[in-house]
Design a binder for this molecule. Sequence first.
Ligand SMILES: Nc1ncnc2c1ncn2[C@@H]1O[C@H](COP(=O)(O)OP(=O)(O)OP(=O)(O)O)[C@@H](O)[C@H]1O
Length: 241
Amino acid sequence: MISIENLTVRFGGVVALDHIGAEFSANVSGLIGPNGAGKTTTMNVISGFLDAHNGHVIVEGTDLVKLAPHKRVQWGLRRSFQKEQIANDLTVRENLMAITDHLRGARVEKRADLERAAEFAGVTGILGKMGRDLNTFERRLTDVARCVIGHPKMIMFDEPAGGLTPEETERLGDLILGIHDLTGAKVLVIDHDVELIERICAETLVLDFGKRVAFGPTSEVLRDPAVQAAYLGIDVEEEHA
Ligand SMILES: Nc1ncnc2c1ncn2[C@@H]1O[C@H](COP(=O)(O)OP(=O)(O)OP(=O)(O)O)[C@@H](O)[C@H]1O
């Protein structure tokens, strides 16, 4: 269970998140909303890039908002970024080792963990390739491998389908769906690709202007007129006229 309670973030006069609450029980959940809705702010608060003015994010009994950011990684929090954090002058293997090096455990276990993550993400064949030589999809797969290393408990993906072809998006969706079975982690996905969200996220939270518009099973949420008006740009008045 990922329990977001009363989460509030302000930037000066802008209320980026206004007392947001949602209890995600699905293995893969979605977070959607138009530009400026507060999606990235939510992810930044959970990962520790930003401080919340108020509220809690409780996962498996731990309030992540209260943990120091580096302790959140040790606890098992992982995230991907809109622009992947892959070092160009390191190989894929070295990029993955940058994660395992920061985790506790014996070297042999870390190596096995790395190999398992690489195999899962489908990057075993490119472990020797330099970061700068990777195409967009290979970078994204490397990012997935980074996220599943080291017994994660919660993984957040920020627009994972950005810049991918429909076929690549489908393969990435399959991978994300497999993460819980591999690691036991809960997954939270932000994306503008509603088809992807509908396919892989059992539950979805919709934000608009920092407020909760809807939360629940994804198919129900996407049919909600308030969501269609806010997110999909459909004029509800017109629809019902
Ligand atoms: N560092 C900041 N300083 C001031 N305002 C900010 C800052 N970061 C975000 N905001 C504001 O907070 C609100 C929420 O922004 P956020 O980036 O979370 O939205 P988003 O839903 O992720 O949008 P997008 O889909 O465009 O990435 C917006 O009004 C934005 O302008």
